[in-house]
Design a protein around this ligand. Structure first.
Ligand code: ATP
Length: 677
């Protein structure tokens, strides 16, 4: 979105200090880790210092036989709390003990120089008295009593491991938290991650940058006007809506619309993604929701935008065995509470975006929370034209580029796809050292986005190439001879992306699809394999993708669209997404068998039909394939020459191609994922 606050720098010195090398020296920045390093150094220092002149351990026997006998001892101090006695040697006698010298003791060092364990104290005192009486050198030894606590060293011995553990924990937590885009501070984990855009940091996007989407834009503009002039609506007794949900396929401009709203509303705008609430710690999500709403209420009137709300808004209680679910549910519950918790006129409006409104919790969608659902659909022809215009503005476009032609070539493209086409076209033009982006660059960009990168250097054997050519020619011939197949634009055997060849169609923009249309599409899908069988008497793995799609389509026709007479008008599609987590099917084993048989029948019938068409037009099919082998790319004109003009009016079907380039057949032929109402 708009300018990033983190990148802003405060005003500094004009003349930074210069080091010996002549380069400016950077003043070291304070870092909280320094504290830990200093602390560790102090602790180690203490331990090191302590160990240098610490008394040397000895035994009571050695004290009696050597030290007391020689008259070297000045004082014995009994440390009553430790069962230990410290021995103070007369300064002038220190030199006599090599052990002391090795430990750094000199005649001036303070004692005690030795210590030993006494055993029971009264026994020791008795024994000492006996020695003093019998040994002359021991007579003057002073006996004292004391208690001793280690102070620092003692405390540190148990404190140090704790500090070390805390340090490691904080270090890893901060690392992890930063990795997750978090605040990078253990104490901020429960704080909201929302980015705030206000007057100074407002997004530069305006409603003018959002092309098409007239209805969605109007709804959003109305919300902005609520915030700017609430009394206009409230004086008649109306209430400002609490929230609006933007729903639509990926890349259709939902986030863009929200950014434009942030740019135009002139009120603080909090933006975050649904996944920002989720962290590995329990309770963090709910705490972040609370914090977000607290901040928002302080800044009211304002807008909160939650992108990809399905990350937290998925219906509750689906798979109760999963631990992660509880945390998400807590977060959702908190969101529900907060959305209902503030007064209607408090001026906090929540805007959310999702690709899948069907899986959201019903409680989230009820009026009073998200009062409005705004559908942002894939752009129609007119909208695509406008989106092209927006994204072509920054480009140097040649005079031969016709925006409406490009819009016709891109059915099923989202706004994001179109933005990508414009950018890709500019890159292609630059690679070709052109001064302007031409129509051909745009067409190549569309091809690239639909089919992937051309891969001419791929090594393909002559035999394989022939199989590919006959396969693609099979698709082309069959679809040319079917009324409802998508109009063909070109056929190529130049490898592109993962495909070794492709028949390119211009998908028709249909609102509803009939059974005949679906059967024709399935037949043209199977045309490739049928061609292989008829021409070579054997089939190859090259048809895998076609078969996969035909199978999906057949099952969708039978179990979703109710297009099989035997199964009847039943649809087992669950638009609520509830069945995603269930292991049982909503039909009996018998029905499952029937669905399998019916789907198989559909595919087999279509395959037989494709084979029959190719058998009838065997010579023409061969010609198409040979031409393809020769030229690598052939267009609909070539097919018209070989197979004759199609007797059907494609324009009436809704197609709008003129034979130069197009989207692949992939887009409209996967109804299983995108059933039509
Ligand atoms: P998703 O659901 O995947 O998050 P989205 O609907 O939020 O997708 P955006 O992020 O808003 O999609 O759109 C992506 C890009 O597509 C935008 O940055 C913009 O360049 C372009 N775009 C999409 N729709 C439009 C439009 N109507 N006008 C202009 N540009 C558009």
């Amino acid at each position: 979105m708009a300018a990033n606050n983190e990148n802003r720098k405060d005003g500094g010195f004009n003349f930074p200090p210069v080091g010996n090398s002549g380069r400016p020296m950077k003043a070291p920045k304070f870092n909280s880790y320094w504290m830990f390093i200093i602390l560790a150094a102090v602790i180690i220092g203490f331990q090191f210092m302590g160990s240098q002149t610490s008394p040397v351990r000895t035994t009571w026997q050695e004290v009696q036989e050597k030290m007391l006998a020689n008259g070297d001892v000045e004082e014995i101090k009994l440390i009553t709390n430790r069962g230990q006695a410290n021995v103070y040697i007369k300064p002038e006698k220190v030199e006599n003990y090599s052990k002391l010298k090795a430990n750094g003791f000199t005649s001036t060092s303070a004692g005690p120089q030795f210590y030993f364990k006494t055993g029971p104290q009264d026994v020791f005192v008795e024994e000492l008295k006996a020695v003093q009486e019998s040994v002359p050198g021991a007579a003057g030894v002073v006996l004292d009593y004391d208690e001793e606590y280690d102070g620092w060293a003692n405390i540190m011995s148990w404190l140090f491991p704790i500090i070390l553990l805390v340090f490691i924990w904080v270090f890893f937590f901060n690392r992890m938290s930063r990795g997750m885009g978090g605040p990078g501070n253990v104490f901020n984990v429960g704080k909201s991650q929302a980015k705030l855009f206000d007057k100074d940091t407002a997004s530069k996007v305006t409603f003018k940058d959002v092309a098409g989407l007239a209805e969605a834009k109007q709804e959003v503009e109305e919300i902005v006007s609520f915030l700017k002039n609430p009394t206009k609506y409230t004086k008649l007794g109306g209430k400002i809506p609490k929230g609006a949900l933007l729903v639509g396929p990926p890349g259709t401009g939902k986030t863009l619309l929200a950014k434009a709203m942030a740019g135009e509303a002139n009120v603080p705008f909090f933006s975050m993604s649904g996944s920002d609430f989720v962290e590995m710690f329990v309770g963090v999500g709910a705490s972040r929701v609370r914090d977000l709403f607290k901040q928002a209420k302080e800044k009211s009137p304002c807008i909160i935008f939650i992108d990809e709300i399905d990350a937290i808004g998925r219906a509750r209680g689906r798979n109760p065995n999963m631990g992660a679910n509880d945390e998400r549910e807590n977060t959702l519950n908190q969101l529900l509470t907060e959305m209902d918790g503030f007064a209607t006129n408090s001026g906090v409006i929540i805007l959310a975006a999702t690709n899948r409104a069907d899986i959201l919790d019903k409680a989230l969608l009820r009026a009073g929370r998200f009062d409005r659902q705004i559908y942002v659909d894939l752009p129609e022809l007119k909208d695509r034209e406008e989106i092209f215009k927006v994204h072509m503005k920054p480009l140097k476009v040649a005079g031969d580029v016709d925006v409406s032609f490009l819009a016709k070539q891109t059915p099923g493209f989202s706004g994001a796809d179109i933005a990508n086409v414009a950018n890709e076209a500019a890159l292609i033009a630059a690679r070709r050292n052109r001064d302007e982006v031409t129509k051909q660059d745009f067409l190549d960009a569309i091809d690239r986005i639909v089919g992937g990168l051309e891969n001419r250097s791929k090594v393909i054997k002559a035999g394989e190439k022939k199989t590919i050519a006959y396969h693609e020619a099979g698709h082309a011939t069959v679809s040319w001879l079917l009324e409802h197949a998508h109009p063909l634009l070109k056929v190529t055997i130049v490898p592109r992306g993962k495909a070794l060849g492709a028949a390119w169609y211009l998908p028709q923009e249909r609102q509803i699809t009939t059974k005949d249309q679906m059967l024709d599409q399935m037949c043209s899908l199977l045309g490739g394999r049928a061609a292989e069988e008829i021409s070579f008497g054997q089939v190859s793995t090259g048809a895998q993708n076609d078969l996969e799609r035909a199978t999906k389509q057949a099952y969708a026709m039978v179990s979703i669209f109710g297009m099989s007479e035997k199964v009847g008008n039943l649809s087992y599609y669950d638009s609520t997404g509830q069945s995603d987590f269930s292991f049982t099917k909503p039909y009996s084993e018998k029905t499952a068998e029937l669905i399998d048989t019916e789907a198989k029948n559909l595919v087999e019938t279509s395959y037989a039909r494709a084979k029959a068409i190719l058998a009838n037009y065997k010579e023409q099919h061969r010609q198409v394939a040979e031409l393809l082998l020769e030229r690598e790319v052939i267009f609909s004109d070539d097919l018209e020459r070989i197979l004759g003009k199609r007797p059907w009016n494609d324009e009436e079907e809704g197609a709008a191609g003129n034979g130069e380039s197009a989207a692949t057949e992939a887009q409209p032929q996967e109804p299983a994922q995108n059933p039509q109402p």
